[in-house]
Design a protein around this ligand. Structure first.
Ligand code: PMP
Length: 358
């Protein structure tokens, strides 16, 4: 199954054809139950088996032992921004944040609803075209330190996350399972599902047990990390089809292997960045090469005519989703795990053809 388009959207993003095919089959009927996945009871044995398998696979893919809990949270990335702050901060507590892009800044705003925020570094003044320089003098007595491993809108990524003293919490929404990583570095990490993990409205959160212990008890259950763990992510009517799609993605990721996925992702990004670095008509947004994202490649064109010409050529070739976010302009090409090397080669060929004609 394929939509016939090359979909470079930032999220909801392209899913592998095999996953779409299985998801479509499950919409018709899930595993001889006589029910569609869209009808499957959230407290039945089938769905509990789905949740159990996701937990095993997440731990396996991250190389984590039983010191960690895996939950599926409603509402996506922003819900976790809010839950993190409300589960750990009172007005007298301070959390550290790194302001590396739009989503990092939004996480900071959510944090400020509940506690004090210390910003350890920001690259806002250069329109986030690099990762921020950090001042770690405040990395003491912080309830947690929040980092965004990949900045979806500006196209920067932490390929190496420094060691911190405070409990480390990472938003990995746009690069989870895209590269090999030491997940034991994190006390908590989370990802909205709609990029590398399936469909919107649901987020994966993985929490170290001793960090979970420090979260508050007196919250409404649907916003409490402890309650999600205690109730096995089924506090109310869970997002059955969303979590099932995430399971299909996890199986697909395991089948390919993260090492192979990482290799492909690096190749895809290199193809595109090389084209940009050799171009006279396109300008990459991120100039510091070590800060460039393998997931979201952002660039502008020399003028509006070239910009329009690329959009037209892409439309003629069934390539969609390359417009940049309004805060950067130009283009953003998202190279999540489901994007093939061939798709990137096709885009690069079009850009090269355009360049030759200018
Ligand atoms: N964090 C990052 C890094 C993101 O890219 C996004 C969405 N693009 C979010 C958080 C917010 O996710 P959601 O829309 O699910 O709230």
């Amino acid at each position: 199954m394929s939509t016939g388009k090359i979909n470079f959207n930032a999220g909801p993003a392209a899913l592998p054809p095999e996953v779409l095919q299985e998801a479509a089959a499950a919409v018709r009927e899930y595993k001889n139950t006589g029910l569609s996945i869209l009808e499957l009871p959230h407290r039945g044995a089938e769905f509990l088996a789905i949740i159990a398998e996701t937990k095993l696979l997440v731990k396996e893919l991250c190389n984590l032992n039983d010191d960690y809990e895996v939950v599926w949270v409603h509402g996506g990335g922003r819900m976790v921004f809010a839950m993190l702050a409300m589960n750990y901060l009172t007005h007298n507590d301070t959390a550290g944040y790194i302001d590396s892009g739009h989503w990092a800044a939004e996480a900071i705003d959510y944090g400020r609803h509940y506690g004090q925020v210390s910003v350890l570094g920001s690259s806002r003044t250069t329109n986030y075209n690099q990762l921020p320089k950090l001042d770690l003098s405040a990395d003491n007595n912080l309830k947690y330190l929040h980092i965004t491993t990949n900045n979806t809108i500006y196209g920067t990524q932490y390929h190496h996350v420094p060691a911190f003293k405070s409990p480390l919490v990472a938003d990995m929404s746009s690069d989870i399972f895209s590269c090999q990583r030491d997940y034991t570095q994190y006390d908590m990490f989370y990802a909205a599902a709609q990029k590398n993990l399936g469909t919107p409205g649901v987020a994966l959160a993985v929490i170290k047990k001793d960090f979970l212990e420090k979260s508050f008890d007196n919250l409404p259950p649907i916003l409490s990390l402890k309650a999600y763990v205690k109730e096995n992510s089924v506090l109310n009517t869970a997002n059955v089809s969303g979590i099932y799609t995430a399971l299909l993605m996890l199986r697909w990721i395991k089948g390919k292997g993260i090492a192979a996925i990482e290799k492909d992702n690096q190749l895809k990004a290199t193809l595109l960045y090389d084209a940009l670095d050799n171009s006279k008509i396109f300008i990459p947004h991120v100039v510091v090469k070590e800060h460039r994202s393998d997931m979201n490649v952002c660039f502008t064109a020399l003028d509006k005519n070239i910009e329009q010409a690329l959009l037209t050529l892409c439309a003629e070739n069934d390539i969609i989703g390359i417009s940049g976010h309004r805060s950067v302009g130009g283009f953003r090409v998202s190279l999540y795990n489901a994007i093939t090397v061939e798709s990137v080669k096709k885009l690069v060929a079009i850009m090269t053809e355009l360049e030759a004609g200018v």
